[in-house]
Design a protein around this ligand. Structure first.
Ligand code: NAP
Length: 492
């Protein structure tokens, strides 16, 4: 779709006419051609969002009406689930079944925020005075720049778009330049559901070209961003001048801690899934395996055996269990990361070099890889590879397990495996990460807040807080029987 920029209710090409090809990371085939927006397009989109917001065309809708809009969008997502799943798999190379799960999660996100919107109410505050009513009201924050990553393209932007609409904001959406197709489809559904013109705007193209415009323009009130730490830091700096609210969902280096008394079969199975699902391109991937020394060999041998069996392939390969990395550039980064780990003394147990077989050589495939003999001083333990690389560390005491699990600048998620409830309770309370799974790995619910401690970001998406991010809070004090204050003497 070469007219994939949507501003003030109209689809159009980039102002300079530039287009960008989207190619499948699984085999390089052309999957889409989209508009390649630039700063002028971003400025126009911000202008449209600002005008729509300032006209109050949407913020004056009742919370119930906005709730109905979200429920309608959820219905449309379910209607188009198959189309959307194919678009998502085309851009990302992930299996259709995974994209299908993602679309269901996206619809559930819209339903969650629809429910929150319908239950929304102002809050009375006891003024302590019989003639005064005092209440807290919640208003949309205004114009939002919503910027998403490429790993779960539609899901991650739905965590932003749904609460922005629920609260009555207007927005400019910028999907990753690599994966714009499902964002384009979502905007079509928002249009079909009846959002007023100018409320939802979309600019496809490169963050390097116009990201700074979206994050520094004074007409923008909030930036909500999901992506890497370097971009997140840059956004904070760009947004500082106009004191915008900034919500950041950044990377993770997530500990998966297994004690010797854990249910080992399940722990091993989940360790494999946590590390290699979507080829490790998951912010909450369990890429740091931290095992109690006596079970190290048993766990690691079994994980290596399982890793060797994992079948790689593109969306059209129905036997594939995981797909490619997103791009050649990302594949190179993963290779460099691995090389550093090996230089630092990590021991390669399985995987380790890009797939060159005939059926995979046209795509960016990298096999499940396990590095043993790791410790927290190593680059490969501290930095996110965002690829299928699992590092293994050992511990001897619960204190050591907690210390290792917290020894990272990140704080997104982690897991603890043990049959001892006291161990589980202590580890889950002392790990400084935003989500902790106990004898499990990976589940999340739209009703529960998601987000990171430390350098994994600030703010929270989903849950109730995920709506509050998009709201300003106002105190309205009404004196129904005013009298003089008497503070200063009246000397007339
Ligand atoms: P990224 O390179 O930081 O890009 C994220 C988004 O920011 C893309 O849309 C990108 O556009 C845009 N961007 C680039 N430069 C920008 C700028 N100067 N100003 C504003 N936006 C700019 O991250 P990624 O590689 O797409 O995503 C992977 C990262 O996301 C990983 O670190 C992962 O852990 C993190 N992530 C976190 C969560 C979470 O919930 N915490 C979820 C998913 C992913 P272009 O694509 O056009 O460059």
């Amino acid at each position: 779709m070469t007219s994939s920029i949507y501003i003030a209710g109209k689809w159009r090409p980039a102002l300079d006419g530039a287009v960008r090809e989207i190619r499948s990371p699984a085999d390089g085939t052309l999957v889409a051609t989209v508009s390649d927006g630039k700063i002028e397009d971003a400025l126009a989109a911000i202008g449209a969002a600002r005008s729509a917001f300032d006209s109050r065309v949407f913020s004056s809708w009742s919370w119930n009406d906005r709730s109905s809009l979200l429920a309608k969008i959820a219905d449309l997502l379910e209607r188009d689930a198959e189309i959307i799943a194919h678009l998502e798999s085309g851009d990302t190379g992930k299996r259709i079944i995974e994209s299908t799960y993602d679309v269901a999660d996206v619809a559930a996100t819209f339903r969650h925020f629809a429910k929150l919107a319908s239950a929304h109410h102002d809050r009375s505050v006891d003024s302590g005075l019989p003639h005064v009513t005092s209440k807290m009201t919640y208003e949309p924050i205004g114009v939002c720049s919503l910027i998403g990553p490429w790993n779960y393209p539609l899901l991650q932007i739905s965590w932003k778009v749904a609460p922005a609409l629920a609260s009555g904001c207007s927005f400019v959406l910028k999907p990753s330049e690599l994966t714009p197709s499902t964002a384009i489809h979502l905007i079509k559904l928002i249009e079909e559901a009846g959002a007023p013109e100018g409320v939802a705007n979309l600019v496809t193209g490169s963050g390097a070209a116009f990201g700074d415009t979206l994050t520094s323009d004074p007409r923008v009130d909030l930036v909500s961003f999901t992506g890497g730490l370097p971009t997140g830091k840059r956004i904070m700096i760009k947004a500082a001048d106009t004191v915008k609210r900034v919500a950041l969902e950044l990377g993770g280096k997530n500990p998966n801690i297994i004690f010797a008394d854990a249910p080992l079969d399940e722990a091993i199975d989940f360790a494999v899934t946590a590390a290699f699902l979507h080829s490790g391109q998951v912010c909450s991937a369990g890429t740091r395996l931290i095992v109690e020394r006596p079970i190290h060999d048993q766990i690691v041998n079994e994980i290596v055996r399982r890793a060797k069996q994992i079948r790689l392939g593109g969306p059209n390969d129905l036997t594939a269990e995981t797909g490619p990395l997103i791009s050649e550039g990302h594949l190179k980064k993963v290779e460099e990361y691995l090389a550093k780990g090996l230089e630092e003394g990590a021991k390669l147990l399985v995987g380790g070099s890009r797939c060159t077989s005939e059926e995979l050589s046209q795509g960016w495939f990298f096999p499940p890889t396990v590095l043993d003999d790791c410790n927290t001083n190593m680059y490969c333990v501290q930095e996110e590879s965002f690829g299928p690389i699992l590092t293994v560390e050992v511990f001897d005491t619960i204190e050591e397990a907690i210390k290792i699990g917290n020894d990272t600048i990140y704080g997104l998620s982690g897991a603890v495996w043990s049959t001892n409830p006291i161990t589980c309770e202590r580890v889950s309370s002392e790990l400084r990460h935003g989500t902790i799974w106990v004898n499990d790995y990976g589940p999340y619910k739209p009703q529960a807040e998601w987000g990171g401690f430390k350098a994994s970001g600030n703010g929270r998406e989903l849950g109730e807080h995920g709506l509050q991010e998009y709201l300003e809070i106002k105190h309205i004090w009404v004196n129904n029987s005013p009298t003089r204050s008497g503070w200063f003497a009246d000397r007339n």
